[in-house]
Structure formats: C-alpha cells, structure tokens
Write a protein that binds this ligand. Structure first.
Ligand code: ZN
Length: 533
C-alpha cells in the first residue's frame, strides 16, 4: 500500500457489505478517492503516516453515500420553485400568492409555480382560468400540479402558447375545454404542456448552471452522493459539464435522457455507462403514461372516484415498441415511466417480445414508478429481469389513494415488499421536486408510510434500495453502494444510528456530513468543528 490520504476513526460504520462479517467497522482508510481499508481503529491507524489526514467521527454512525435514482434536476433547482404551492389549502390561497407576485414584477413577466393538488384544496376542484385571470390579468401564469403532468394557465398564458378552441391536440396531450362554449378551461396536461414550455423564457447557460448548482447543493445536504438526473433539456448536460470543469459539481451524475434524443445517442454509438465517475450517460427515458394524481395514469379499470376515465397512454403500442427496440438495440438502458396497470402490462408485453428477439443477460431495463401492480405483473417483471425504480414518499403524499383506486387496487399499489420478496431489484428515489429530495425521508416512508403494513420494508431493505441495490440500477454495484475496499469513497455521517432509533423517528435523523470520493462536500453546523487534522 502506498500513501493513505485520509483515515476516519472512532465511527459506528455500517458498511452494507454483502458479507455479514464485514457489516460493521470502526475506521476507514481512503486513498485517491477510494476505500483502501476498512476495519478497527488499531488496524487503520497503523496504515497512517505523518502526511495522512485524520477525521474523528466521535462515534457517529456512517452509512454508504445515498443514491437517488429519480430526480428532475432542473425542476428541483429552479424553474418552478419560484412559487411553491405544495402546502396551499385553497384556491383563494393560490390567488393570494399569485397576486403577491403580480405586485412585485413587471407587467408581462411570467409567473410560474408548482405543487398544488386539487384533493388538498378546500374547493376540491382544479383552479380555473378565471381564478387566475381575476388576479393576474396582464401577466402570463402557469401553475403546475404537484405531479408535473398537468397544470393550469390564465388567458394571457394560453394566448402566448397559441392555445385556443381550434388548437389541434398534440398526440398524448390533453387540453380541457368548457362544455358550454368549447373554450379551453386553462387545464393543460401531458404532451400538450410542451405548447407552454416552448414559450417560457429560456434560461441562459449562466442561470442554468446556477439552477443545476442549487439542485446538487440541496442533494449533498441530504446525503446524496449519486443522482440519476432526468434531463429535461440538453442544455443541462452542458451546464453540468461546466460545473464539473469549474470544480463545482459535488456529486456523481447518472444521466437519464429523454427518448427524443435517442437517435443522437445511438448515432454516435454512445452506450449506457459512457463517461466517467462524475458524469455518465445512463438511461433513455420514455414517458408511457401520466400520474394517479391527475388521473392520467392508464388503468385497466376506471378510476374509482371518476368512473368515466381510465387514464391515458401517451403512445400507441407500435410507437412504444419502436422506441424500446431501438434503445435496446443501441445498448442503452431503458427507464420507462409506467404508473397504471394498463401501461405496465403493455410495456412488459413489448419488453418480452424485444428481449425474445434480442436476448441480453444484463439489460437491467427499468420501470419508473410501476405503481399499480398485481402478482401476475410482478411475476412477469421478475422473469424479464426488470429493475423497478420506486419512490416511497408517494405512499405518504397520496393520501387519496384508496378513494382513487378502491381498496383492492390500493392494496397492490406501491407494493414494495412484494417486489423485493419476488427477487426483483428495487431501487429508491425521490422524484424531486414532486416529492422531497431526502433519502432518509424516503427510507422513513418505505418503513412507515404505507397504509397496508404487509408492503412496508424492513429498515435494512429500505437502506438497500438507496445504496447497494440502487448501485445495481446503474451497473455500478462494483464501484459504489457500500463501504468496501476498492469502492469509491462516498459516505454519509448521520446524527443518529437508524438501527437504534424507533422506526417512526427515522425521518428525523439528520445528515451531518457528506463525502464524495474522499472529499467533504457538505458538513452541518453540528459537524463544523470536525476539521481534518
Ligand atoms: Zn418523475
């Protein structure tokens, strides 16, 4: 062994190693950004020389760095965060907030917000165009629903987006119209959102870099050392690269790229895994349906609280098959957003055919969400070797679930335990900014959040989906996900030992320090004095 750069001593280190006997350690040695030794204080100290830095962990608990496998990075950093509507309780509330903005900004400037949920509003309905026109007659307003699949606009915004009663509906899009005069009601969803996005002011590279920086900063504060970043515009990739070259990118990025760009990737022969330890090309994302919240996820049977609708598939089976085939053939990993059972069934049928024709042992194609399940669908996923990307915090937020799906379907929704017990690898994420970007809250939700206890995970299983198993979801289980010799030195120091905390308090544990590749990228005020000596 050559020179050890850093040793961490006096810790309660939970390694998540697959070897039970190596499950706990006191100390770690790090060299060139990797773990080179894990063991007792005595053993690790003996490796140090006079140039080795030391960090006293003061008996704090250390776990592997968290991996969040589903984050909309740009949206988390900004775009819709100007007005956070997550906790509004009424349409009146929304109006008041919009009014406050109108008073602060010049006429004509956009007002953007995100986070409302009609089921949590006193009026129990969608906000309407006239609600917004009343308070913002001269500023375009667009307020995205919490799920991101649907939003409400005022008249000015519709005008700018060129949406009127004669607008041709884009495929997979939704523009609600009034029954009386066929005029748009202001509610726009799914692929029709593009009509609005394309007229929004474009952030320049500088501000996009700031947006991305604020997102990654939030993540490392929550102990995230790798994020699977869902790209919304290719400019983000450039912004992230520039952050990296400015040495302002504190964590590792696995890019999830929208299907629109598949031909470019495939044309260049770029495969999953291209890049380096900081930024990698990951999956190609296909949005196959909508959300349960907006009732646009495609179900086999109608929504229990809206018997007139079964949701919507955003592509025909033929189109979807074409996408899947091309992506698979290009050796790119798929990440298919599929929430409703009708969508999941169709996607699995397609994957089955494609994999039969062109088998690949380790494709690790992913379903994102896979929310409404059945034993048959789970079995099929298992047989096809599908990885399921889950976001446990939805189990807490979707308080209307039983109402929306009915008892028997709700029981099979967010079926985390059934997935894992069938042998499927589930990987954990937040879906931020829809849900909080905070793996410990995700872990809390996975062990407590579900209405039906039989689908709750054990604490260990919940940790696995954000660490070792998440690493499997990006073909990186050999380099990250646990504290073991040879792996990247990514770790988190926690305020308490989660295994010695009662389950209902796991969400209150705080991240005190985050380390990526042996470098401290975040430390809380409690850990401020923990200087390297
Ligand atoms: Zn998402």
């Amino acid at each position: 062994m050559s020179q050890i750069d850093l040793i961490l001593l006096n810790g309660n280190i939970i390694t998540m190693s697959s070897k039970k006997s190596d499950g706990h350690a006191q100390a770690i040695a790090i060299e060139k950004g990797k773990f080179v030794a894990v063991g007792t204080n005595e053993k690790i100290l003996s490796l140090a020389d006079e140039t080795t830095k030391k960090l006293d962990l003061k008996n704090k608990t250390v776990v592997p760095g968290f991996i969040d496998t589903h984050v909309h990075g740009e949206a988390l950093g900004d775009r819709f965060s100007q007005m956070n509507l997550r906790n509004v309780k009424s349409i009146k509330d929304i109006q008041q907030r919009v009014k406050n903005w109108v008073n602060r900004i010049p006429e004509g400037q956009w007002i953007l917000g995100r986070g409302w949920d009609q089921d949590k509003l006193a009026e129990h309905r969608y906000p309407s165009i006239s609600d917004l026109d009343q308070v913002a007659p001269r500023n375009p307003v667009f307020l995205l629903r919490v799920c991101g699949h649907l939003g409400v606009t005022n008249s000015r915004a519709l005008q700018l987006a060129g949406i009127n009663k004669d607008t041709k509906l884009p495929q997979g899009g939704y523009i609600d119209k009034s029954l009386e005069n066929a005029e748009p009601s202001g509610i726009v969803g799914e692929n029709a959102l593009e009509l609005i996005y394309r007229v929004l002011p474009v952030s320049n590279e500088r501000t996009l870099m700031d947006v991305c920086f604020s997102a990654v900063q939030k993540m490392v504060e929550k102990g995230i050392t790798t994020v699977h970043w869902i790209v919304s515009s290719p400019k983000e990739i450039l912004a992230l690269q520039k952050l990296e070259s400015d040495q302002r990118l504190p964590l590792r990025i696995y890019l999830i790229i929208p299907i629109e760009h598949l031909n470019k990737l495939a044309g260049l022969g770029i495969q999953t895994g291209f890049g380096d330890d900081k930024i990698k090309i990951g999956c190609v994302k296909i949005l196959a349906d909508g959300s349960l919240g907006a009732r646009t996820a495609a179900l086999k049977q109608p929504y229990s609280d809206a018997p007139g609708t079964r949701g919507m598939l955003l592509y025909s089976k033929k189109q979807l098959k074409n996408f899947v085939e091309k992506t698979h053939k290009a050796d790119l990993q798929l990440a298919i957003h599929a929430i409703g059972d009708r969508t999941i069934e169709m996607v699995l049928e397609i994957l089955e055919k494609v994999l039969q024709k062109r088998p690949k042992e380790q494709h690790r194609h992913r379903l994102e969400h896979a929310s409404v399940l059945s034993p048959r669908l789970i079995n099929k996923m298992k047989n096809l070797g599908i990885v399921v990307s889950v976001q446990p915090h939805f189990a807490i937020s979707d308080s209307w679930l039983i109402n929306r799906l009915g008892e028997s379907r709700a029981r099979q929704t967010y079926a985390f335990k059934s997935l894992i017990s069938s042998g499927i690898i589930a990987i954990g994420g937040s879906d931020a900014p829809i849900e909080p970007v905070d793996p410990l809250l995700g872990i809390y939700a996975a062990v407590n959040g579900l209405k039906y206890p039989q689908e709750r995970l054990s604490l260990d299983e919940a940790f696995r989906i954000y660490t070792v198993d998440a690493a499997y979801g990006s073909f990186e289980e050999d380099v990250k996900g646990s504290i073991e010799i040879g792996k990247l030195a990514d770790l988190v120091v926690l305020s308490k030992d989660p295994y010695k905390t009662s389950l209902d308090q796991v969400g209150e544990i705080k991240v005190e320090l985050t380390m990526v590749g042996g470098t401290i990228v975040f430390r809380s005020s409690d850990f401020q004095k923990a200087a390297l000596s």
